[in-house]
Design a protein around this ligand. Structure first.
Ligand code: AMP
Ligand code: ZN
Length: 115
């Protein structure tokens, strides 16, 4: 499936609902999280509707790699010192949108363990 009509992030990719887009490639979109958990909090998504990081990796390993390099590029642009990349996977891990998205969080001291 390349787009799911009921999916929030498919709608942002299609520009049907607004997103604060910071970077775009042919196959990925990066936009600011609407409820930022750090001074710099960006989501990098594949344009195709894939539910999880594992599905992205299975569909196209280079697409997963591109999501990581795009996240790094945003971190560089935002000038953060260090950053954390997170894929929440499954409801128990607080995945709320079932369209794969890589969180890039930076600009503050990130605690460990994450809690
Ligand atoms: P997760 O809990 O990993 O599924 O992350 C979903 C993220 O999407 C959360 O951090 C939300 O704040 C974020 N989010 C929800 N709606 C929007 C939106 N319209 N634009 C940008 N980010 C959003
Ligand atoms: Zn989707």
């Amino acid at each position: 499936v390349s787009a799911d009509p009921d999916c929030l992030f498919c709608k942002i990719v299609a520009r049907e609902i607004p997103g604060d887009v910071v970077r775009e490639t042919e196959s990925t979109l990066a936009f600011r999280d609407i409820e930022p958990q750090a001074p710099s909090h960006v989501l990098v998504v594949p344009k195709d509707h894939l539910a999880s990081a594992a599905e992205v990796a299975e569909a196209d390993a280079s697409l997963l790699a591109l999501m990581v390099t795009e996240a790094a590029a945003v971190a560089e642009t935002d000038g953060v010192d260090g950053y954390r990349l997170v894929f929440n996977t499954g409801a128990a891990a607080n995945q709320t949108v079932f369209h794969a998205h890589l969180h890039m969080l930076g600009g503050r001291r990130m605690g460990w363990p994450p809690g």
